[in-house]
Ligand binder design. Structure first.
Ligand code: NAD
Length: 473
């Protein structure tokens, strides 16, 4: 029995292990038929995604406004435009990416030729999260389809409007025998994770990342884990102050209210420079969001009452509450928290112990800017590390000594949209990477193929290994 589009409504209500198993068998059968391997099929699906992005732009933005009250402009740039660029790049480059890569051979196999063939893995699972619920679902799907796989997407239940829109849109625009959406929360994800997949791409917390990896290990399924962590920004005094302040704000508060895996989590700067930096941040924040930022339409709200309560706990922690130098106001009804800056919170404060994922920014001060290195290195490796400076030696040292998923000098966040760069973490911030060609590679197996003819082989290859033959070596 196969699951039709209509029966997905039923799937939504009770999606247990049996349904998950049925779904995977159906997709595996369809994968085995070979249809998803052709260049034409892949292109047709990608073109359909491109059309969907144009035709359903308003609906997608409406859903993002509903789930996160994202400013429409921000929603377009960070979610739709991002996916459009990814889809267009893939459409342009796919033929080239799919071509087997010729490699040189060695004397041992002479005469021969060799190539690396990218083959699809099979049936892949994508589990996405709520903060960029559209792009973090679609971007991996583009990679999985480009590589010729069948796919199941499990969007986040915490962004229900986008989750349900994705289920409807993908059922309408994409080949339902190869791409499916399963909506739901922990029980549905657990049922999915019990199945044998050929790859899982998971975006979310390290806590759930561990659950995903343990489930994948049972089937020896490889994983890409896109996790988070505390992303530091080191701010030197040798900078363009206004540009730095604006870029930090754009990478923190104007980026989903700080609910982004690569938003600036905390700043490290010199003690004597901190007041100057704080004044610049205050001035620019007022320019962007006005005197009463909670009322600003240009800042997203906190996604849920649970997340709001967690952020309020971070602020009201008695190790942090007297360190607030800007903001601190909150509106529980609107689920909004004003841009908040804390100065010199102790290491033990909760705000320095967990990923903030919201509009709160602690500033840690040091005597020398180089002291920031040991602070960063004493913590788990972050997904992104930022540095603002004009000092060339400091830039070199930062790139050389700090390990992080990605790194950006003199800006924040925008490396995620840089064509040609992989996106992924290291250590506690994740494993594997995607975006563009890296997505294609991440969802492909690189098959090593050697071609030989039937010409004669050197006698030393075959027993008996007589002294005469050995002498030839
Ligand atoms: P989460 O791990 O709670 O949820 C993500 C997904 O996991 C959802 O689809 C959810 O249904 C599922 N899930 C939740 N609990 C589960 C369980 N017990 N078993 C199986 N599945 C389960 O993540 P979150 O808290 O919503 O997201 C925030 C985290 O995600 C932050 O750490 C952030 O940095 C990270 N993040 C990373 C990226 C990236 O690209 N690296 C992007 C966005 C967010």
């Amino acid at each position: 029995a196969t699951l039709s589009v209509e029966s997905q409504v039923e799937t939504k209500q009770v999606f247990d292990g049996d349904k998950a198993s049925l779904l995977v068998s159906e997709l595996r059968k369809n994968f085995d038929s070979g249809k998803t391997k052709s260049y034409e099929w892949r292109i047709s699906q990608l073109e359909s995604i491109a059309n969907m992005l144009v035709e359903k732009e308003e609906q997608i933005i409406d859903a993002l406004v509903k789930d996160l009250s994202k400013p429409r402009n921000e929603a377009y740039i960070t979610e739709i435009f991002q996916v459009k660029s990814s889809c267009n790049e893939t459409l342009q480059e796919l033929k080239h990416w799919m071509k087997p890569e010729k490699v040189s051979t060695s004397i041992t196999t002479f005469p021969s030729s060799a190539e690396i063939v990218s083959e699809p893995l099979g049936v892949v699972l994508i589990i996405s999260t709520w903060n960029f619920p559209f792009s973090l679902s679609l971007d991996p799907i583009i990679g999985a389809i480009a590589a010729g796989n069948t796919v199941v997407l499990k969007p986040s239940e915490i962004s229900p409007a986008v989750s349900s829109l994705l289920a409807n849109l993908l059922a309408t625009y994409l080949d339902n025998s190869a791409v499916r959406v399963v909506e739901g929360a922990v029980p549905e994800t657990t049922a999915l994770l019990e199945q044998k997949w050929d790859k899982i791409l998971y975006t979310g917390s390290a806590r759930v990342g561990r659950i995903v990896m343990a489930a994948a290990a049972k089937h020896l399924t490889p994983v890409i884990l896109e996790l988070g962590g505390k992303c530091p920004a080191v701010v030197d005094s040798n900078i363009n102050l206004q540009v730095t302040a604006r870029r930090i704000i754009a990478g923190k508060w104007a980026c989903n209210s700080g609910q982004a895996c690569i938003s600036v989590d905390y700043i490290i700067t010199r003690k004597d420079f901190a007041p100057t930096l704080i004044t610049a941040l205050k001035e620019e924040l007022e320019q962007f969001f006005g005197k009463d930022p909670i009322e600003s339409k240009d800042m997203s709200r906190i996604v849920s009452p649970t997340q709001f309560a967690r952020l309020v706990r971070l602020l009201d922690d008695d190790k942090a509450s007297d360190k607030i130098v800007l903001g601190g106001q909150r509106d529980e009804k609107k689920l909004k928290i004003a841009p908040t800056i804390l100065l010199d919170v102790p290491e033990e404060a909760m705000v320095m112990q967990e990923e903030i994922f919201g509009p709160i920014l602690p500033i840690i001060t040091v005597d020398n800017i180089e002291d920031s290195f040991s602070i960063i290195k004493s913590r788990p490796k972050p997904l992104a590390a930022y540095l603002f400076t004009n000092n060339e030696q400091l830039k070199k040292d930062y790139v050389d000594k700090i390990s992080s998923g990605g790194m950006l000098i003199n800006d924040a966040v925008v490396h995620v949209a840089t064509r040609g760069l992989p996106f992924g973490g290291v250590g506690e911030s994740g494993m594997g990477a995607y975006h563009g060609k890296f997505s294609f590679d991440g969802f492909s197996h690189k098959k090593a193929v050697l071609y030989k003819g039937f010409g004669s082989d050197p006698s030393i290859r075959y027993p008996p290994y007589t002294p005469e033959k050995v002498k030839l070596l």
